[in-house]
Design a protein. Sequence first.
Lengths: 221, 276
Amino acid sequence: MRLKDKIKNLLKQEKRDKKLTDEELLEKQKKFEEEAIPHMQFLYNFAYRMTGNEEDAKDLVQETYMKAFRFWEQYEPGTNIKAWLFKIMKNSYINKYRKAAKEPGKVDYEEVKNFYETVRDESFETSDLQEHIFENIFEDEVIEALNKLPDEFRTVVILADIEGQSYEEIADFLDIPIGTVRSRLHRGRKMLRKELFEFAKKKGYIKGKPKDYEIDDPEKD
Amino acid sequence: MDCRQTREFLSALVDNEMIDSQIKQKVEEHINRCATCKNEFELEKKTKQTIQAKVKILPVPNELINSVLNQVKTLQNGHPAYLNTAQNLKPMSKPWLEIAFPLGVVLTTLLLAILLVSVYEKKVNQKELIAKEVSGLINHFDSISQGLSKPEILSNDPTHVRNEILSRASFTPIFLDIPEFEIVGASIKDPHLHSGNAKCVNLIYRKGEKLIFIHQAPMSYASMHDDVKKRILKGEWIYDAIKDESFAIWGTSDLICCAISNLSKEELEKILKQSK
Ligand SMILES: [Zn+2]
Ligand SMILES: [Zn+2]
């Protein structure tokens, strides 16, 4: 597929490159396999959760590894290879899936803000309702809810809650301060909860709108 | 510390992430006297637990690992300096192909597959016709013909392949008799549907270095252009669905079938007509 054309192009480029000796080439391949391949599960799971299907996830991971191999000289040994690979993949993802209207890599802050406005100040679940929201929730529904989050929020939730990465790692992956990781994660989880609430409502566990359950809490969050 | 400030640290508290111990103390104090923030904290914890419990880490598909490793080798082998050192060229590991096909065939198939794939892609883009289905199928053909993934069923005994398929598939597929071709394997892996129980069946026919995949699925699961569907239901065998030399699609009221091969359009059409 597209991948095959890319291989062909890469081969052409590779041929134009400075000639390495055979030993250097083998060394390069060995180092690459030792250092980069072990992170495939992390990358694959992130790709899978972002694209929502196996084929696209495989494509994305393959493309990432090809680029990584191609630009292997640019990786500084001893630095965070996982973050390096992640950033390559994130760029590929953005290039492929961003909405045409948006600038590459830029969050649509209006959209995020609107989404956030609808969530904020809605402490819509009282304690006795929370069990109804979380009980009988299926994997599909969690995934669907996750897919509704804006990318910036989805990313941190996937990294923290599915992939189990630390805030420090996430900050490294995304080039954002730890404080931003904290607040995005808090908001991301809250948005997700709102979506789960909608499912619970659809299934009849809860009646009404989130605001019917609102606690008077104007100052908060 | 007020509610707003507290909320900024709730996630860190949920995740047991390091925060300044003074801040942590203040956050905890606030939570202990503010019912709303406490509720918020509990809910966030519960949300995290729900995500963790429901969404599991997936294993990396074997064919992905293999194909990445093979691509790295391909890139490496493509380097002119490297090509000259024969002792470093290890054959790709694809044990299943060595069972079914002589080595020479593999290389030919690989080249053909690359050619076919780029042709397909162009056509698919042009017509946007059953695009997702076809590209998934071609991926599958591609990875099998390159030895990157192994069909679940593989045997020199066509009867064995038939029996295996019949016992594993969720529907009864059609076994075409293709003159001079033999069924050497099959896979039930679904290359393009991501939900439901629909299992596609791919029968692999071989004659020398010629490969034909017959892909079948229940009609109700196939998504396709209405025009194409109408033609299929009329009993037509369509060879121009993606205007390619080696893709054909037809069906019955129950089943949708496609053929993908490394033959020319004329040859595939001729062979399939003899096969009916
Ligand atoms: Zn409070
Ligand atoms: Zn199918």
